[in-house]
Design a protein around this ligand. Sequence first.
Ligand code: ADP
Length: 336
Amino acid sequence: MTKVTVLGAAGGIGQPLSLLLKMSPYVSRLALYDLRLAPGVARDLSHINTNSKCTGYDKDELREALDGAHIVVIPAGVPRKPGMTRDDLFKINAGIVANLVSATAKYAPSARILVISNPVNSTVPVACETLKKMGVFQPGKVMGVTTLDVVRAQTFLSDSLGADHYSRESMKRHVTVVGGHSGTTIVPIVTDPKLRSKLVSRRLYDSYIHRVQFGGDEVVEAKQGAGSATLSMALAGFQFVDQILRSIHLEKPDVAPLPAFVYLPGIEGGKELQSKLNTRAEYFAAPVELLRGDVVKIDSQWLEKLGDLEKKSLAVCLGELDTNIQKGRRFVQSKL
Ligand code: ADP
């Protein structure tokens, strides 16, 4: 019996993510919560002939939605409106994440918390600092979902090298993404040296990394400002939840370990990675090892095999990442 709760389930990401979760054989109860429309979305999904039971919860039913959840996924937030700065957006989403995470700590204390709400580089520190303040922080249970960067990195590598010879599916084994989850903090790593040297020798690295780092803008532009990446994000978010679900059910993952944006000092291998990177950034995304759905170890093997251009991109990432992290930390600390 595994209960998954989606907070922000009626939104652009929340709805397709909930649909994918309704299809999962590992989910027995699917709880959908939003400030609006969650019971309607849940009623729609509840007609689908898969075994899980899908229930929707209204604004004042957060406790019931969370009660007994094993996994809580948070895509809740607000989109940026005209006249709103990135900072305004950060403050609103940080407040939403802090509230939802503290409710999760109260009503589903053993749940894994998967943060999708942007900016992840800051909202994950908000989540962790909130839990620290409550005295209930379990570092292995809080993960920022960065899988969309991995999905894009694989797709765009295939596009760059020529999809006729380098299929998208085959790229799954050869690319991962480390660092953070916005702009230049996103660092795709081509783990196959042959593919990496092709990218470099054909002078494709710069355009490739730029497309991975700013892929979100491509979607916003194509949707003519009326929306951002929701469908690809939902699929990527589902792939990550699926890895957690498989781990809870003691199944082997069907893809290479995915990265997650986590609190390094609380996880095995985290402090070691921090010192190898020579950074004071305490949060970082890298492939993680899971045990029963919790992060138990962070991988740093990728670090030994970086190409020169990847090393440079990583240095740029580290320069910016800590500023984003401190912003999240300060948000919670200033509310003392
Ligand atoms: P996205 O494209 O990122 O999914 P949307 O605005 O479409 O953005 O969806 C975000 C969803 O989050 C909306 O349905 C909104 O009602 C919901 N939401 C906002 N604040 C909260 C909150 N505090 N609790 C639950 N859901 C929330």
